[in-house]
Design a protein around this ligand. Structure first.
Ligand code: ATP
Ligand code: MG
Ligand code: MG
Ligand code: MG
Length: 526
């Protein structure tokens, strides 16, 4: 069995043998790119090469890039602990051709690596292509020998990559591994593709067009290649496990977390251990790259990640700082590949401890409030359900399927015995039926403002109970506070900085700037 460290080296060495220069990972904080919160793909450090602003010789590179996807367009924060394949921090392995080889060679290199070097059985692999990309379809047939029913045409933007509204873009092909029957989920392009049976391991982007402002796409004179493969995902495949969190690296981190908390990773506790292990990595790597916890921008994303992990440690019963005690295990596992971790070990440990101490002062009281409100919401929903008229039951029942599809949190009507009778008479799909239970936005705001609970932390805490948060009220409360803060800061020393912050946020939109969809103004003040 190859460990994560050997798999990373094997990837880099393979492409080095194929004429690629091994380039170190760039920082998680992108240089010269204020629009991007964190480096979220291998190509980020090469943007200027792809647009032609910079030149690289040799025109081929290979990297293992540190990535964080916890905000902005790519936000996998809410997936952690719930899917087998997502982390907030992960390593993206990638090979790049800057106007050198193109589609055929890229497919050949990728296919040879997974089937020959790594020895994966070809009959467990599938490829997707952009629906219009006949060339790629034919190449997968010719080079890989894949049968037509395992080359899937995808018409959506999932298989068409764009750097931005204009500039380099092109179709992509993704390689999927079938983890086998028994795991829920359908092949890519099917209605239940979001399951975890068929897991995307590698994305090959064929940059062949230059998107013009008017909508026209010109052919790039020198098409390029950009690929990305999740190291943890390929490690899971090679180590014969389905879940990324079962690979050697996570095994070690979760074992450390079990030891420090004294709680075995089983049932609901398992989720907490996964979250802790994942967020430990993200927090430590962000700290090592110079991000410090704060109330805005990048620092606030870091703080949110840390606090989510701390709440999970608290759930496991920890009453002393836990995360800081896991740093040695992380450095042991990843310090050789990323020496910056070891260099920053003291800073990481101290910052985690300080944050954990600080948050613990309000965490207990916040939790009590949350639990109290949670009970009230559940009671309230229950009585609303009990008082439903038969036609209302039908109405909610008929909406059930839709709501489920959107992954909205739901309360099961069928938990109420009298209603269950009525529901059992409905068609099967509709029997597990819903009525939304929501926490008032005012309470969520109080949790945020008084107890330091970021909105996403509250949402994460309520998720298991099927309770959502009334976002609109939350935002209104936030807006009120923002307006007051604006007034209050006039003329103060900080005003200039804050004005810039507001101006930037108003201009680019809080979503891009804070990298988060709903808690737009979070971090302005606490
Ligand atoms: P998914 O559809 O599974 O969310 P993606 O299409 O968003 O993945 P890409 O943007 O194509 O992912 O990134 C390239 C590769 O990086 C993916 O094929 C996958 O192996 C890996 N990857 C992407 N997101 C994550 C993540 N959150 N955690 C671990 N690996 C990831
Ligand atoms: Mg994704
Ligand atoms: Mg995908
Ligand atoms: Mg992809």
């Amino acid at each position: 069995m190859s460990g994560v460290n050997e798999i990373r080296s094997a990837f880099l060495d393979y492409f080095k043998r194929e004429g690629h220069e091994i380039v170190p990972s760039s920082s998680l904080v992108p240089r010269n790119d204020p629009t991007l919160m964190f480096t979220n793909a291998g190509m980020v450090q090469f943007k200027n090469v792809f647009t032609g602003l910079e030149h690289r010789d040799p025109p081929r590179a290979v990297t293992s890039q540190k990535c964080v996807r916890a905000g902005g367009k790519h936000n996998d924060l809410d997936n952690v602990g719930y899917t087998a394949r997502h982390h907030t921090f992960f390593e993206m392995l990638g090979n790049f051709s800057f106007g050198d080889y193109f589609k055929d060679r890229a497919i050949e290199l990728a296919w040879n690596l997974v089937t020959k070097e790594f020895g994966l059985p070809a009959d467990r692999l599938l490829a997707t292509v952009y629906s219009e990309d006949d060339e790629a379809f034919d190449l997968w047939k010719k080079i890989a020998g894949l049968p037509e029913d395992r080359i899937i045409r995808i018409p959506t933007s999932d298989n068409f990559w764009q750097m931005g509204d204009t500039g380099p873009c092109g179709p992509c092909s993704e390689i999927f591994f079938d983890h086998g029957e028994g795991i829920p989920g359908g092949p890519p392009g099917s209605p239940d593709e979001d399951g975890d049976r068929f897991i995307e391991i590698w994305n090959l982007v064929f940059m062949q067009f230059d998107q013009q402002p008017g909508g026209e796409r010109l052919a790039l004179p020198k098409p390029s290649i950009d690929t990305g493969m999740g190291l943890e995902r390929i490690a899971a495949v090679l180590q014969g496990v389905h879940d990324n969190y079962e690979i050697d690296l996570f095994g070690a981190l979760i074992a450390a977390s079990e030891e420090v908390t004294g709680v075995a990773a089983e049932g609901a506790s398992h989720v907490s251990h996964k979250v802790i292990a994942d967020h430990l990595r993200a927090s430590s790597f962000l700290l090592a790259d110079g991000v410090m916890p704060s109330n805005e921008g990048r620092g606030y994303v870091l703080r949110r990640i840390m606090r989510r992990a701390m709440r999970h440690a608290h759930l496991l019963g920890a009453r002393e700082p836990v995360l800081c005690r896991l740093v040695p295990a992380l450095v042991r596992e990843m310090g050789r590949a990323y020496p910056e971790l070891g260099r920053a070990e003291d800073l990481i440990t101290e910052t985690l401890e300080l944050e954990e101490d600080r948050f613990r002062r309000t965490l207990d009281r916040g939790n009590s409030l949350l639990e109290e409100e949670e009970r009230a919401v559940t009671e309230n929903t229950r009585s609303r359900i009990e008082n439903l008229q038969p036609d209302e039951v039908d109405y909610y029942a008929s909406r059930a399927f839709e709501v489920n599809k959107d992954n909205k949190n739901i309360v099961f009507l069928s938990t109420i015995p009298e209603k269950k009778e009525a529901l059992l008479k409905l068609p099967e799909k509709q029997a597990n039926t819903v009525m939304e239970a929501a926490l008032s936005g005012e309470i969520a705001f109080k949790l945020y403002d008084t107890y330091g609970f970021p909105l996403d932390l509250t949402q994460d805490a309520l998720r298991a109970r099927g309770i959502t948060v009334e976002i609109q009220n939350f935002e209104q409360a936030m807006e009120r506070q923002r307006a007051e803060a604006r007034k209050g800061w006039k003329g103060s020393g900080e005003a200039a900085v804050e004005t810039v912050w507001f101006a930037v946020k108003d201009r680019v939109g809080a979503t891009d700037f804070l990298g988060y969809e709903t808690d737009t103004a979070e971090g302005v003040v606490t």
